[in-house]
Write a protein that binds this ligand. Structure first.
Ligand code: CU
Length: 477
């Protein structure tokens, strides 16, 4: 019975490596199947690198860098957020979850901001299984920049248990020599591809040319790798060296297994891989970022123990997807054009002096636009008119076009959409997503059924672009 110990060990590795279940104290509470979790958002001083002169000021959930929360599809989840920040409100957005609007976690738009000392309980039943994450949605550039995010794994899609299941959550940190973090938003970064961090990490562990987080996995086994790009800025091209890997899900939605060559992950995007590890003990498998001219390491899998003999056959497909198929013949086409702002501008002088221009979640400058419209500088408290109003239950094709010189990973809340085509990549497989990456000049057609009523945020997930105007509302009514 070699499988069970390995499986348990691999799961334990991933849980212990970055807090995992223990940090959350997951326990059944209200009903038998309810997962009840306390999520404390607080500042903490901690070193990201052992040789830092002084610790960095981080903002974390439950004192853990990128904690992992595991729940089951369809089972009730109750998460009580407690805001222990001194002077800043926050909320939790459940990225990619098709849950009711009131639980979506956008301050002012879907709920009042959770002020310091206050609590808010999120209640939902995850309708999809897969790999998701959670993060705040106001002053995100700094809250997320200091680490405020977590991985959400919704179980219930595997036709048979994987031999190991690991998440690899990528994030850069703007770490300075003296241990301080920042700046999180620069004019130069916001105008271009964003402000890049100096320290690359996976699961909070440093990644360099010489060093990468290493995990032991069984030989001849099916290992599920959940790769998440949780950075504010950086684009990844995920590849695997030393083993055959199949893509089995994109943004938490299953895909017929497809051999992985390269998959681009903009900020907020995820890909699930089934990696068939070599039979030979001691072999290594590298997960790499192929976006760079020389592939950069992300993580290494080290093969240990006797082969589990999974052979060479394709892994089975995951269960799902569990969402309605858009009817293309009936679909109305809605065009969305992503560009620089028609008139770059600064906030009115009476608002410019506010601390970090936050209390209204206001854009410090307006640089980016969707359909020529920028998120107003009066902030979330004064939302703009919707970019589009979709009829509940109807199918739509969103015709997305990026006419700017930067890439934009575009995210719609409350829905997943089917990516049908790309003007830049004729070989792009049809796949489901909640965030899709548009290269400069690229046009993509995506389809969805507008089945979740409410006002939903629609924005670029390069956070500096989002916070300088590339954000709007899509209403489903
Ligand atoms: Cu963008």
């Amino acid at each position: 019975m070699p499988i069970a110990p390995f499986t348990r060990r691999a799961l334990l590795n991933s849980a212990l490596a970055f807090g995992g279940l223990a940090a959350f104290g997951v326990r059944p509470a209200v009903g038998e199947r309810t997962t009840s979790v306390r999520l404390v958002a607080a500042e903490i001083r901690r070193k990201l690198l052992a040789n830092q002169p002084r610790p960095s000021l981080l903002r974390l959930y439950n004192d853990t860098v990128l904690p992992v929360l595991r729940v089951r599809r369809g089972d009730p989840v109750e998460v009580t957020l407690e805001n222990r920040f001194k002077d800043e409100h926050t909320t939790v957005h459940w990225h990619g979850l098709r849950i009711p609007n009131a639980m979506d976690g956008v301050p002012y738009i879907t709920q009042p901001p959770v002020e310091p000392g206050e609590r808010f309980t999120y209640r939902f039943e995850p309708p999809d299984a897969g790999t998701f994450f959670f993060h705040p949605h106001c002053h995100t550039v700094e809250q997320l920049g200091r680490g405020l995010a977590g991985v959400l794994i919704v179980e219930g899609d595997a036709p048979r248990p994987f031999d190991a299941d690991l998440s690899l959550a990528y994030k850069d940190w703007c770490l300075n020599d003296d241990g301080t973090l920042g700046p999180f938003l620069t004019l130069r970064g916001a105008i271009h591809a964003g402000t890049f961090g100096s320290l690359k990490t996976v699961n909070g562990k440093p990644v360099t040319d010489m060093h990468r987080p290493t995990y032991e996995v069984p030989a001849g086994a099916d290992v599920r790798l959940r790769v998440l790009n949780l950075d504010n800025t950086r684009l990844l091209g995920v590849g695997v060296r030393g083993a055959t890997a199949w893509m089995i899900a994109t943004d938490g939605m299953p895909l017929a297994p497809r051999e992985l060559k390269n998959w681009y992950l903009g900020p907020a995007m995820r890909v699930d891989l089934a990696v068939r590890t070599p039979d030979k003990e001691g072999a290594v498998v590298d997960v790499v970022n192929q976006w760079a001219s020389t592939p950069l390491p992300l993580a290494r899998l080290k093969v240990v123990g006797p082969s589990l003999g999974r052979g060479t056959a394709e892994p089975p497909a995951l269960a799902g997807p569990f969402l309605p198929e858009p009817v293309l013949a009936d679909a109305q086409v809605v065009r969305m054009v992503f560009s620089t702002a028609p008139r770059p501008s600064e906030p009115p002088p009476e608002l410019a002096g506010l601390p970090f221009a936050d209390s209204l979640c206001l854009a410090p400058k307006t640089l980016w636009a969707i359909n020529g419209q920028t998120w107003p500088q009066e902030g979330h408290a004064h939302p703009p008119a919707p970019l589009a109003v979709l009829k509940r239950g109807r199918s739509y094709v969103l015709d997305l076009e990026n006419i700017s010189k930067q890439s934009h990973p575009i995210h719609l809340h409350g829905h997943s959409f089917k990516v049908l085509s790309s003007s830049a990549d004729p070989d792009l497989p049809v796949h489901w997503a909640d965030t899709t990456l548009l290269a400069p000049g690229e046009r993509r057609r995506v389809a969805l059924v507008a089945d979740n009523p409410g006002d939903w945020m629609f924005h670029c997930h390069i956070i500096e672009h989002q916070e300088t105007g590339m954000m709007g509302i899509v209403r489903v009514a």
